[in-house]
Design a protein around this ligand. Sequence first.
Ligand SMILES: Nc1ncnc2c1ncn2[C@@H]1O[C@H](COP(=O)(O)OP(=O)(O)OP(=O)(O)O)[C@@H](O)[C@H]1O
Ligand SMILES: [Zn+2]
Length: 840
Amino acid sequence: MESLITHPDLFPDEGNNTFADIILPVPIPRMFTYRIPTALVSQVQIGARVIVQFGRKKVLTGIIGKVHSKPPKAYEAKPILDILDEQPTVNPLQIRFWVWMAEYYCCHIGEVMLAALPSGLRLSSESKVQLHPNFVAEESPYPLDAREELILEALENRAELSYEDCEKILGIKTIHPILKSLVYKEAILIFERVQDKYTPKVETRIRLKQEIAEDKQSLEQLFEQLSGKAKQESILLKYLRDIPVFNNPSLNEKGLDKASLLEEGDSESSLKTLIKNGVFESFKQVVNRIDETEVTAGEIILSERQELAISEIKSHFDTKSTVLLHGITGSGKTEIYIQLIKEVLDSGSQVLMLLPEIALTTQIVSRLKQVFGGQMGVYHSKYSDNERVEVWNGVISGRFPFVVGVRSSIFLPFDSLGMIIVDEEHESSYKQFDPAPRFQARDSAIMLAYFHQAKTLLGSATPSFESYFNATETQKYGLVELSERYGKSNLPKFHLADLGADKRKNLLKVDSTRMMREKIQEALSKQEQVLIFQNRRGYSPYIQCEDCGWTGQCIQCDVSLTYHQFAEELRCHYCGYKEKVPTSCPACGGSHLTTMGMGTERIEESLSLLFPEARIGRMDLDTTRSKYGYQKLLDEFGSGHIDILVGTQMITKGLDFGNVTVVGVWDGDRILNFPDFRSGERAYQQITQVAGRAGRREAKGNVIIQTRKADEAIYQQVIKGDYLEFYQHEIHERKKFYYPPYVKLIKITTRHSDFKTAEKAAMDLHRQMAGIAVKKIVLGPEKALIGRIKNQYQFESLIKLDRSGASQTEFKTQIAQIQEQITAKPEFRSVRFIVDVDPN
Ligand SMILES: Nc1ncnc2c1ncn2[C@@H]1O[C@H](COP(=O)(O)OP(=O)(O)OP(=O)(O)O)[C@@H](O)[C@H]1O
Ligand SMILES: [Zn+2]
């Protein structure tokens, strides 16, 4: 797309009264108001992309958020330079949603826009200069000065110059007055070249020349000519095998993708010869990046219990807009979703289904694909930006009335959602931690549904306390319970394996109890499969010197470096700093460096000592970094090429493998040790979810939890599977100590490169917050758990706010003002405040 626009200074103020508030991709709190030149008034639409000048030299692409007739008071509105879209890129519902998100999560609307638009839809633009077509130096009535001459000279040789080029030519920074004068003298034009970053995928295709394809005789002749030229003949044969033009010459038209024509090792040069000799021709075609899939699923018959759940969900939807489906692991929630999705799609509305990041590459998506085929779009963060633009456009065009996606799919341009499903709604990865907007996708989805007058279905075997609270205590949500597994499957049997007792009896072998070994052996001997879970948190292995206790520390953050065996490196998980593993201790020079902590790698090693015959796989951040890494491991496991799969959180999310009968939790106690008020909730969820992967068909499942604290209440609660009892016990504590869902939490982090400055600013913030007149408790400021990240010191304040909407709005408005006041003070100019609403 190219847009030729005149320079802003060429727009006189025409006294016209239409203004637009523009959402700009810069960190300013509000939308910025611009004037709409008369010539453009008829094209103005909310959601259309525009080009505006921002500051002195910057040209930005923004989006029209609002149209009105009130000129801004604090500044003179500049004109909009151009409107890029005939069809708006985002719709008014999306803008409403963005505005809500910026307000609720205390961030700039520009930040929401940046998160929402795939970067392929954001435009890059740059001011360019070219000679005025009518300019003839000799005839110009205006004298030119030396600098102006230089620019014109350069333009004699080059069709266009950027602002940067001009700066270089003149060797000065302030070129604007000179260019302005040249514009006035009608010697140059300033224009914008705007580039759409999205590039359609173009394939080179090959087809027979039509006259050959249509005429059997000339085809036969061709074979005679090619006899003896084996390479060319082979290409022709391959083509005819894939495109049988003998039977149907019209097939020839769409040809064959060049890459697949040559995939069997045929040579490119032989193909070239064939093209040169007029046998084949090559042509280009724009293709979809996202495959079309055929619907392949057969009819599913729902169980009575599932039918009942569906009718309960629907009847709740008559009066409530959100329903929580609490169905134990393996109860068949997916089939319930499928049925409901079908009905909503049939009624002509759109459906969005949210899944946690990692679950999105798995079975559930292929299951949905079988049912919904090409009308289902998948929106994944491992997709390239171009692929995301295709999903985006597919939602607008109606190609994808149904999308399954990760948390960012709530930003897709839906215009008539009928239902949003949030599967595994308890998952903490629905919360975006960094950068802003720090949104919780489940909560935002409920808001989005509200804007669309749509319904939200939350599903989980282990609901978040927030959702369960809303479904029971306040009855804002409807509650539907499924407490039996589908079909002949039963919940697995639990075994607590006491590490301490085994140690005393000398039964421990490479960190494993006798119970763990026996159960794994039993499964292996029956050709059944095993999953071993190791919690990621607190388990990063590190290197320590046995002599002096030295451990590697990051040079920019207050954290230990994590040991990566594979790369023989120490890495910082916060800033990415890395160094080679030292051969001797940098502190004392000793040579006894050992690996501490027990990561998945270590367990993999232990298991291969214990079960030398077994095929063992490992799934963690290291082994799944590539786009298809995760899928590949799961495929190998699913097809029985792996007997034991060791993994972190990733192996717990929604996996459904019938042959898994044993699930081992390698170190249960570590799961209990989250240092926050949600630790109990998280531990219950994690153990229940991973245990739920066992025994999902007829064969009985076994879950072994290794622990030193077998009498912890939480183990008994998990084993009993009594979510309600667990919830009631925990929620009581939450109430007593003022924690969510009884209060709203806001965390404010104050950051600065100087320790004292950070502390002082945090204290200042604290003092002023005390003055805000809403019911609240303010804790801190305290040095953050990790006191320094990327050389920035951090202090944290935690605010417990009254749940009422009015209190929250009041607090948030005032906190924004307080931040502005503090950073206006010279000593605090580079202090950063990070506001996290509903932190994890
Ligand atoms: N009506 C049905 N007909 C045939 N098979 C079914 C039906 N309902 C569920 N199943 C099968 O039962 C198994 C468990 O179902 P599903 O994976 O949907 O459980 P879930 O509730 O999502 O469990 P989790 O919370 O553990 O992920 C799957 O293999 C699924 O294909
Ligand atoms: Zn670091």
